[in-house]
Design a protein around this ligand. Sequence first.
Ligand code: Q46
Ligand code: ZN
Ligand code: ZN
Length: 337
Amino acid sequence: MKCRVCREPAIIDIRRHNANFCTEHFLRLCRDQVERSIKDFGMLTRDEKALVAVSGGKDSLAVWDLLLDLGYQADGLYLGLGIGDYSDESGRLAQAYADRRGAHLVRVDLPGEYGYDIPAGSRAAKRAPCSACGLSKRHLFDQAAIDGGYDVVVTGHNLDDEAAVLFGNVLHWQTDYLGRQLPVLPARHGFPRKVKPLVRLGEREMAAYCVVKGIDYIVEECPMAAGNKHLGYKSALNDIEASSPGAKHSFYFGFLERASAMFRPEAEAEQDDLLHPCPTCGAPTGAVTPDGEPTTCAFCRLVVRAGGHHPPPRDASDVPVHLDTDRRRAAVQEASP
Ligand code: Q46
Ligand code: ZN
Ligand code: ZN
């Protein structure tokens, strides 16, 4: 097995490229694919401040590493979700990476600051763990990015993730989700842009990238992921990819090029529909009571049902931006048609 570029011994075969690569040219391929996604989709510039959502897994550590190597300004954000040993170990690995690179890691601890963890919170709120977790993560990423003055939030979603989400959305014809499934979600309502620079790279490549770069990542799956439909879709797509290399890539990029625009008007109309600032946290929300009255956002309702609380401002002059309802209201009104 020889490298396609230099004919030296290869360390990885990538069947969808019908090619093998040595260490040097594999790393170059990863960097080129990330740079290409960033340019093609207008994800970020080197003048902007990026906050990378780091879970301690291979994808988020790899995307952080790639952005730093490519000269982007990227800090990490680790959310402690209180999922037992899994959270302890993933937090340790995220911090170890940051220390080794001399990079800055912002840490938010859900049990310490909000008074609930994902296992207990999801039981109390009668929500599936991944649903309570996803809702909490989205809110806390946005909030940390606003509080820290970041322009863009980066996540480590790779081609396998995006193809699996697309597969699930198509299987159930979730047309509103299809309209939002993009590698870049533009900034709106005072929230930063969200970008996925790994969409051109697969899960296997990201594991290989971490091994080659000596990045220690958490290998176990989150223990709450059992029964998660996403894993089933991934494995179905892996079977298809095995007999038809490149299938995931053409499924996902074919969707972006030829179909996604058809679903966008519905998703955009829904997003702009009747938003108001949440009376508790200030985040824009479309939540209404059964009588149609504007009410608190899904995250704040989860916090209450899970028996948690919002962290108090440290002093009157230090009200976090996410609690600055006037500023958030102005952003919502400005964005309203
Ligand atoms: S961390 Fe959270 Fe994932 Fe664990 S509980 Fe589900 S969503 S599986 S990426
Ligand atoms: Zn080579
Ligand atoms: Zn709220």
